[in-house]
Design a protein around this ligand. Structure first.
Ligand SMILES: [Zn+2]
Length: 67
């Protein structure tokens, strides 16, 4: 299953948790912020359902702040 970047629609084939390519992510959020988003989403995936609710809220808050 391949994903597409929500901004430029390029293919994302590395199974990342966030549907944004590196180029667009850096452009939109900046390097540091994009890395934080990627790692918090990756962690949420690894931790599974137990922490999903609170982690998702954190991520959504980060997205709103960065938007
Ligand atoms: Zn992109």
């Amino acid at each position: 299953m391949s994903d597409k970047c929500v901004y430029c629609r390029c293919d994302l084939n590395d199974g990342r948790a966030v549907s944004v390519c590196d180029r667009c992510g850096r452009h939109v959020w900046g390097d540091k912020m994009f890395n934080a988003i990627k790692s918090s989403m990756g962690n949420a995936k690894e931790k599974g359902d137990l922490f999903q609710g609170s982690v998702n809220e954190d991520v959504q808050r980060e997205f709103r702040k960065a938007a």
